[in-house]
Write a protein that binds this ligand. Structure first.
Ligand code: ADP
Length: 165
């Protein structure tokens, strides 16, 4: 069985992420969406909430699972018997960082390949930080995040705005 991991912070998951996950699910037997925990960053959504939001969006993808990864991805991949990490590339600006990470992960786990998938052109501009920014001002994010999580994301930022006034 060929297992791939789609890692990311998914804070929150966007239509761009899901497009990559869906396309990866057509190439691999099983795709594990791994919500990574970065101890140096305070996320908007807790890791548990991010997992829950993603779970709602992958209901229609039978060979996709979601999990949390709070250690090294290279070790996590070994533990899950995964042969590849699948990463989405939006622009050349993503490339330098992703290229470095791919080389580091190869050093740490030589059996693990990093597969880069180009974004679909309609999601080129889309990032979780853009979603947070628009939602933070109460803007319409319905074209950016899946409908299953729209209300949760909008409400989270509504609470934040009310807390700051
Ligand atoms: P973001 O940069 O949106 O905060 P993450 O850190 O959660 O996203 O990214 C996880 C993976 O998804 C990375 O490989 C990233 O390049 C990819 N990705 C994020 N947004 C998109 C998009 N709109 N199209 C394609 N890939 C994307």
């Amino acid at each position: 069985m060929r297992i791939a991991i789609c890692p990311g912070s998914f804070d929150p998951v966007t239509l761009g992420h899901l497009d990559i996950v869906r396309r990866a699910s057509q190439l691999f037997d099983l795709v594990i969406v791994a919500v990574t925990v970065n101890p140096n960053k305070i996320p908007t959504f807790s890791a548990e909430k991010r997992v829950e939001l993603i779970r709602r969006c992958i209901q229609t993808m039978p060979n996709v699972e979601v999990d949390c990864c709070d250690g090294l991805l290279a070790d996590y991949a070994k533990q899950k018997n995964a042969c590849a990490l699948v990463k989405g590339l939006r622009a050349v600006t993503d490339f330098e960082y992703e290229f470095q990470m791919a080389l580091i992960n190869k050093e740490l786990n030589p059996e693990l390949e990093t597969v880069f998938m180009t974004t679909s052109s309609e999601y080129m501009y889309l990032s979780s930080s853009a979603v947070r920014q628009v939602a933070g001002y109460g803007g319409d994010i319905s074209k950016f995040v899946p409908k299953q999580i729209l209300q949760d994301v909008a409400e989270r930022f509504c609470i934040e705005r009310n807390d700051t006034v």
